[in-house]
Design a protein around this ligand. Structure first.
Ligand code: SF4
Length: 620
């Protein structure tokens, strides 16, 4: 086993006179299945392609890096890694001081809008070589979208960057098909009917497809002419994205059209297992040794990803738009095989830091009747209430935890992914499911918390929670009670850490003050907080842009840097520098009672509406 070549000398060492594909990535090369570029490169290698990797090329100077492998036989592939703008800037649009995907956490190794920049350079240098782009940055910019960083509505990336084919979502299946067709000699320009890909076409060249229905979206220009239209258009896109069998979506832009083919159906477990079978080195490339650790790798090196996809449908999150709404889970055999590899790492001292995915406890969950799911258009299987067709049994996950704990080298199994506690508090008549919820809650809290359990209520206001499709804050009260009870039963002094987001669409200073007071009364001094960052392809971003709710009704949105900063200040009511400002602001809002309670030394516990409004019962 060895790393894939990253220099021309390494290409020559392998006896290759040319490579089939050069994969350009904005992240450092980490040969590990948690890193998209490694998965894609290893997949192409497995299917017979000669692949070279160009990680974090120098785009500023002489462009030598881009030329070092020469012209690949088939195509250039671009994988942006994480979104370059989120990587570079905070929600306040300030430059970040570190990059978790670069050795030493150093900054300056990727351009803003990396996929656009790489594509333009490559097309200038190699005009005849096709470019395929995938990864979050391209995938989530496949339609007209609001760009927070430029505060403008931008067309699909396909209209602005010379990308010949865009692969959206998780790229394994479309790439396998691309490889298969190219190996059969199909010209690249004919690759227009591969599911889960998108391309820019002349209007007259778009032919009906015998299996796919078409949905013509509003054009980019129509969306740009009215915020209401953009909102309505996105609602259609979201509805299709959450279907098991969406239509082909076509969006005009100038005199052309972006054609987004429907996705492949969700992977089977066996297909997902294959992704973890490739011969990864499981470490960063040794060339980075002297430049320091790669923080993102350090964070995941002793953890295992067990599933992908999310049916939560939170309106501020784009996981479902990228990974899909339907959860796909690995077999326990595949997970245990990877566990063996992790335990053999020299750095492993007995602690698995996470066994998770987009949510910790949605492993193997899907509809009882998949025929119903195939017709379903709900964005969330959990909101406004948990779908009766969703099988939320935790038994498979519990058994997996037990198997992992049985490994002789595993001393601790911790869960680092966020837990959907609303599922654990589900009110259902199914006794097996109730039993599994109770057993999971107990096992999680008693055995798998590394001192602090992170959960994400996101806000305390039920009105805001409804806008973002999250359950009532009353459930947090219930779960906190369970957490304390189960922790006390095993004599563990551990904490529950709630995550909150400021400046969510609809959230005013009044709601932030109430959030501060409610969490203070629960005994929290918040540290883990976020400021809402609008990113492409989610409903909350569309609400932020349009200043409307999903139904098109006007909505307050904290937009300016000052409004956003002020919302954040309420989280930190306990800092001396914020106290006078909070007092003044709340006096202006005629909320003197809240100001007094928030700023006085001891705040009595709130016996509030949340405790009375309980909708779901905790496990008995
Ligand atoms: S039918 Fe229920 S479980 Fe299936 S996709 Fe729809 S909401 Fe989810």
């Amino acid at each position: 086993m060895k790393f894939l070549p990253i220099t021309y000398a390494e290409v020559q060492e392998r006896g290759w006179s040319e490579v089939d594909v050069v994969l350009v990535t904005a992240d450092a090369y980490v040969d590990h299945p948690s890193f998209g570029h490694a998965v894609i490169a290893r997949l192409m290698e497995h299917h017979g392609f000669k692949v070279a990797i160009l990680p974090q090329p120098n785009w500023r100077d002489d462009l030598r890096d881009f030329k070092k492998f020469g012209k690949p036989k088939h195509f250039f592939a671009i994988s942006s890694g994480m979104d370059s703008m989120v990587n570079h800037y905070t929600a306040a649009k300030r430059l970040r001081s570190n990059d978790a995907y670069t050795p030493g956490g150093s900054t300056g190794f990727r351009p803003d809008y990396a996929s656009y920049v790489y594509a333009k350079i490559l097309k200038d240098l190699f005009p005849d070589t096709p470019i395929i782009s995938g990864g979050l940055e391209s995938s989530l910019r496949r339609f007209t979208h609001y760009d927070y960083w430029q505060d403008s509505l931008k067309p699909s990336i396909l209209a602005e960057a010379p990308i010949d084919l865009l692969v959206y979502g998780m790229g394994e299946k479309p790439l396998k098909e691309i490889i298969r067709l190219l190996q059969r000699g199909v010209p690249f320009s004919s690759l227009t009917t591969i599911p889960q890909t998108a391309y820019l076409a002349d209007l007259e060249s778009i032919k009906p497809h015998k299996k796919w229905e078409d949905l013509i979206l509003l054009s980019h220009e129509q969306c740009a002419s009215s915020k209401q239209k953009q909102l309505q258009n996105f609602k259609k896109i979201e509805r299709e994205t959450n279907k098991m069998f969406p239509m082909r979506l076509i969006q005009g832009v100038q005199d052309k059209a972006v054609v987004v083919n429907p996705p492949y159906p969700p992977l089977s477990s066996e297909e997902l297992d294959e992704t973890y079978e490739y011969p990864y080195m499981r470490t960063p490339h040794p060339k980075y040794k002297k430049r320091g650790d790669i923080p993102a790798y350090e964070m995941i090196k002793h953890s295992i990803n067990i599933h992908r996809g999310c049916f939560g449908g939170c309106s501020f999150c784009a996981i479902n738009a990228h990974q899909g709404k339907f959860v796909v889970s690995r077999s326990s055999k595949s997970v245990l095989k990877e566990l063996e590899q992790v335990t053999q790492l020299p750095s492993f001292t007995g602690t698995i830091t996470d066994l998770g995915g987009p949510s910790a406890n949605t492993y193997k969950m899907q509809g009882f009747d998949l025929n119903l799911c195939a017709k379903c258009t709900r964005p969330s299987c959990l909101f406004p209430e948990i779908c009766k067709n969703l099988n939320t049994n935790h038994q498979d996950l519990l058994e997996l935890y037990e198997q992992v704990q049985k490994h002789p080298k595993v001393k601790h199994l911790f869960i680092g992914s966020g837990v959907r506690y609303d599922i654990l508090l589900q009110n259902t008549l199914d006794q097996d499911i109730l039993k599994s919820h109770k057993a999971y809650t107990k096992a999680l809290i008693q055995n798998h918390v590394s001192g602090r359990l992170k959960v994400a209520p996101e806000h305390t206001s039920d009105a805001i929670l409804k806008l973002i499709r999250k359950p009532s804050f009353s459930l947090f009260y219930q779960f906190k009670t369970l957490f304390e009870k189960e922790s006390a039963a095993v004599n563990k002094n551990q904490q529950i850490i709630p995550y909150f987001i400021s400046s969510l669409p609809g959230s005013t200073e009044k709601e932030m003050a109430q959030l501060a007071l409610e969490t203070k009364s629960l005994g929290f001094k918040l540290e883990q907080v976020q400021d809402f960052t609008p990113t492409p392809m989610n409903m909350a971003t569309e609400m932020f842009y349009a200043e409307m709710n999903e139904q098109g009704k006007p909505l307050f949105v904290a937009k300016t840097p000052l409004e956003k900063k002020n919302q954040r200040r309420f989280f930190f009511w306990y800092l001396p520098e914020n106290k006078a400002w909070i007092k003044r602001s709340l006096e202006k809002l005629k909320l003197v009672d809240i100001a007094n309670s928030l700023l006085q030394k001891n705040t009595p516990p709130i016996h509030n509406h949340h405790k009375k409004k309980t909708r779901r019962n905790p496990p008995q």
